[in-house]
Design a protein around this ligand. Sequence first.
Ligand code: NAI
Ligand code: PYL
Ligand code: MG
Length: 259
Amino acid sequence: MALLTQDDLININMQLQKADSNVRKVTGLDIKGVCKALYGVPRNSEKVGIVPITSGNGIIGNFSASLHAITKYFGFDSFVTDMPDVSGYYEAVRNGAEIILMADDHTFLAHNLKNGKIANNQPCTGVIYAEIASRHLKADSKEVLVVGLGKVGFPGAAHLMNKGFKVYGYDADSVLLKKAVSSLGIAPFNLENPKKFSIIFEATPCANTVPEAVISKNCVLSTPGIPCAISEELQEKYNVELIMEPLGIGTASMLYSVL
Ligand code: NAI
Ligand code: PYL
Ligand code: MG
């Protein structure tokens, strides 16, 4: 999994507020509203325990603090444990956590200890960024381009298919592209024969993965991918509505999915 860096998470509150404003502009809903549309209106708001995990590459600077800020931004009572790992998990439960948030280098989970529901950040991120893209108020058709069909992109593409969109997909890994075509019924997108889209969803760890030939004026590019899929120059040239944020939107999707 491509790992976040401390620098990706600088001033997460400002990044989240900016992303929320862009989501409202594109969809007419805020991030919370999109989560409610996806998962239903929560009856209550559980206490969240955030447990730092030292395995693998270890603690990422700003990661736990960002989760603390993100959970508070969405109205949850939350705390970061003093201890990491097993001791931190014990501390979280002993201090009344009803939902556990923790991440190693491969899995970022939300586990609701009351109802047993568990969520993985990758599909939850793909689904919410795809949902936001699908709600583009000024879309000129139900055609969408998905670039990147991995652990985030594939669930996002599946969500768009389930919503009745015409999904064109591309992945640099031909095996993954074939799998998405055969299992989801998406259309393989041919970069040699490009067309314009007003809705684009990208989930790759590479820059410049969305070519100019597919970008239409005022299109929405909904992308959790880090770094950004298009240059600032292209974003300005086509007035692209960019939905991009390093952690909070995906975390909101996880939390609402386990309430
Ligand atoms: P992954 O490795 O499972 O999937 C990435 C896919 O992109 C791969 O199938 C790869 O073949 C494809 N790809 C790479 N370069 C490409 C190119 N030039 N054109 C087309 N396809 C290309 O990774 P995963 O877990 O799906 O994550 C994708 C990105 O999303 C990563 O950058 C990750 O850090 C980020 N991410 C962001 C989150 C957020 O909340 N903003 C949450 C989770 C992941
Ligand atoms: C969840 C993020 C989104 C993109 N990549 C994922 C990532 O960086 N995962 C690793 C998270 C490790 C956290 C570390 C800590 O500080 O607790 N174990
Ligand atoms: Mg996010």
